[in-house]
Design a protein around this ligand. Structure first.
Ligand code: MRU
Length: 334
């Protein structure tokens, strides 16, 4: 299984996903600032993975403050949590994991700081382990809706690199492949940062699953001419009514799938469902630097200083989603 992060001998290392697939490089994360920077520049990314990363980021950040008074220690805990939370606004898993960590700390506030850090370390490991199990269950539940000989279209990266385990949408694909369903995957390159081309293609090849890369703008052609049986994607935040935010381009894909009568599935853990938000209109959307679209790595591909707009996510309304697969079945339960 491909992992985005390792906690070994009290040391935190992450795979620098900005370097993949050319280089597989681990970076050691020594404090919360380093973790916050890594999340912002997408060295670690994907909704469940950034939740897990933030939980460990809180632990490595707090370690340097273990000798403070209880009041000061808890002030630092809130400050570190805010720094990690403010890295990326759309994926709710970040907020979910940090809230859970803060609550555990509060429940144990009568213990000394060293013991609280130990308990928080265990909680971060638990969040990670739970995600591994959750991915397995999503994979199993989702594989039931994958027919034999399916041609599947996916977007962005939703595999091991984006989660603690097997993946969400990619976990479903991998599980269906392991069940000997004869599947073939078309992978949207996912402009502008190419998570599909760089990461999903790399993961699928690693799993020996037949896969073909296409640019995002080819999706309509593929649906019209290449017998796409279904689309499956992940999510960064799903609201109470079943609207789902995911990587920019997902909404267009859902509209195209609807036009071609192709089922459109979303796979995500319950930690991605935000019951506090009624509809997708309330989801905060991350806007990234225009440089990411006017340049390709260090090469300028548009006129210098041109006006740009770069939302990193869009929201697919629930009426375009056939099913949302979670670890406990389908959301909402029917
Ligand atoms: O900007 P990214 O790479 O963090 O965006 C990731 C996605 O949009 C994924 O599809 C989503 O997080 C689901 S991952 C299991």
């Amino acid at each position: 299984m491909i992992k985005p992060l390792f906690w070994e001998a009290d040391t935190l290392k992450i795979v620098d996903q900005t370097k993949l697939p050319e280089q597989y490089q681990l970076i050691e994360i020594n404090d919360h600032q380093e973790m916050a920077e890594a999340i912002k520049r997408l060295s670690i990314r994907g909704a469940p993975a950034i939740g897990i990363a933030a939980a460990f980021g809180l632990v490595v950040g707090l370690r340097q403050f273990r000798d403070l008074s209880k009041v000061e220690f808890f002030k630092k805990l809130d400050a570190i949590s805010d720094i990690l939370l403010n890295t990326r606004p759309t994926a709710v898993n970040l907020e979910w994991a940090l809230k859970r960590m803060k609550q555990i700390a509060r429940e144990n506030e009568n213990l000394n700081n060293k013991k609280i850090i130990k308990i928080l370390t265990k909680e971060a490991q638990k969040i990670h382990e739970e995600d591994i199990i959750s991915c397995q269950k999503i994979g199993k539940n989702g594989a039931e809706i994958i027919p034999q000989k399916a041609q599947i279209l996916t977007h962005c990266n939703t595999g091991g690199l984006a989660t603690g385990g097997l993946g969400t949408a990619l976990g479903v694909i991998i599980t269906a492949h392991k069940q000997n369903k004869d599947i073939k995957v078309f992978v949207d390159e996912t402009r502008p940062l190419l998570q599909g081309a760089r990461l999903t293609m790399w993961e699928l090849e690693h799993e020996n699953i037949p896969c073909t890369l296409n640019t995002d703008s080819m999706a309509g052609y593929l649906m019209a001419h290449e017998n796409i049986d279904l689309v499956i994607v992940g999510a960064d935040r799903i609201t109470k009514n079943g609207d789902a935010a995911n990587k920019i381009g997902t909404y267009s894909l859902a509209v195209l799938a609807d036009y071609h009568n192709i089922p459109f599935y979303v796979a995500a853990p319950s930690s991605t469902i935000d019951l506090n938000l009624k509809s997708g209109k309330e989801i905060p959307i991350e806007f990234r630097s225009g440089r990411e679209i006017s340049n390709f790595r260090n090469t300028q591909t548009a006129p210098k200083n041109c006006s740009t707009i770069s939302p990193a996510f869009d929201v697919t309304p629930n009426k375009l989603i056939s099913e949302i697969v979670t670890e406990s079945g389908f959301y909402p339960e029917k």
